[in-house]
Design a protein around this ligand. Structure first.
Ligand SMILES: Nc1ncnc2c1ncn2[C@@H]1O[C@H](COP(=O)(O)OP(=O)(O)OP(=O)(O)O)[C@@H](O)[C@H]1O
Ligand SMILES: [Mg+2]
Length: 358
């Protein structure tokens, strides 16, 4: 069952559409991530679900309850939405202990002392912070404060959990551990969760599905695998992982493949795809999918290995193919000099627009 439905949601500030006609349906218990570059509308979307801003048009439904509907001017205030929210800055109240921080939302909801104490104990146990109940925020590390912020969002058992970059203040190692822990906790509680991040590795690692946004638009909604392996457009291909783009022109389009003429006149067999009305297009290929072959064959090019970068588990090199500089990634170190590179047709995607042309 869909737990949360955003239907043609638009949020406008002056003449800027921070969120532009976004429709997303989130299943019960699902972990959905809003992913996109800074300013693309992630927080604005999240805040409108929480009721911290009011959308311009469209609707938001949670279960069978309408939270917002522009057409009927329905707006449920945030305190009646039963939604847990964790902000990027975890903002615990500094003058309250951990237990007092957790008690606050329960007092607002007029729960009695016995039930408050039970719920606080339960929430602290969930985030493994029981021992710290009487500490003040300044006596905790950043990661511990982050856990308390999460406990505070969970303590009143929200129907929906909204997390806006909740791990952004942790170092890389701690962040990686925290996201595994967060995902396990979310599964255990089976609480529908919307997670905001601009970190694509994090999104790929934790999400059931990812909604990729840019400039207020929803570019693609899919599982991490779908998003990575079949990007809907060149923006997604560029933003998730990395891709090389070769400009060309459509020569032949079949159901199974296409033939593209690159800028310097060479022809490339590719996956079928889209071109503009004048035939122009870009071919996307991921650096790790370009193959090194012993001799020239179909779809292969003579290239010169340029500058290299050691990235820990892989090497990345700059090479020039058909007048275009590309990046390739290999498991082993390559000596400088000529090399034969092959672009496997099945590893390509063909788009009418280059990234940045939207
Ligand atoms: N209250 C507001 N008034 C005017 N413009 C706003 C307001 N809130 C957000 N915006 C604009 O809406 C756009 C989307 O902002 P939003 O905060 O949703 O971005 P974001 O995707 O969360 O980015 P980040 O990753 O940097 O947090 C931005 O261009 C921002 O300047
Ligand atoms: Mg934001």
């Amino acid at each position: 069952m869909a737990d949360l439905v955003l239907d043609h949601l638009t949020i406008q500030y002056g003449d800027v559409k921070a969120v532009d006609d976004v429709s997303i349906s989130v299943a019960s218990g699902e972990f959905l991530t809003l992913l996109g570059p800074s300013g693309c509308g992630k927080s604005t979307t999240l805040f409108s679900i929480a009721g911290l801003n009011k959308a311009t048009s469209g609707s938001i439904r949670m279960g069978d309850k309408v939270l917002f509907d522009g057409a009927t001017n329905t707006f449920v205030p945030p305190e009646h939405r039963n939604i847990g929210l964790v902000f990027q800055s975890y903002a615990l109240w500094p003058h309250m202990t951990v237990a007092e921080n957790l008690a606050f939302p329960l007092k607002l909801r007029r729960l009695g002392k016995t039930e408050r104490d039970e719920r606080i104990a339960e929430a602290l146990k969930l985030v493994e912070m029981t021992r710290y109940a009487d500490r003040y925020p300044y006596e905790l590390s950043g990661g511990q404060q982050q856990r308390v912020a999460l406990a505070r969002a969970l303590v009143y058992r929200p129907s929906l959990l909204l997390l806006d970059e909740p791990l952004s203040n942790l170092d890389a190692k701690l962040r990686e551990r925290a996201r595994v822990w967060l995902r396990e906790l979310q599964e255990r509680l089976n609480v529908t969760t919307i997670y905001v991040t601009h970190d694509q590795a994090e999104a790929l690692a934790v999400s059931d599905r990812i909604a990729v946004m840019s400039m207020g638009h929803l570019r693609q909604l899919g599982t991490p695998k779908e998003i990575y392996e079949r990007p809907a457009d060149s923006f997604v291909a560029d933003f998730i992982g990395s891709s090389n783009f070769l400009a060309g022109r459509m020569v032949q389009q079949e159901a199974s493949h296409a033939v593209v003429e690159l800028k310097n006149g060479t022809r490339l067999r590719t996956a079928p795809g889209q071109a503009r009305s004048d035939g122009s297009l870009v071919v996307a290929i991921r650096p790790e999918r370009i193959e090194i072959v012993p001799e020239l064959c179909e779809n292969s090019f003579l290239a010169e290995i340029g500058t290299g970068t050691y990235l820990g588990s892989i090497y990345q090199y700059h090479v020039t193919i058909a007048d275009t500089e590309l990046r390739i990634q290999t498991a082993r170190e390559l000596p400088p000099g000529p090399v034969h590179l092959r672009i496997p047709p099945e590893a390509t995607a063909v788009y009418a627009e280059a990234p940045g042309e939207y």
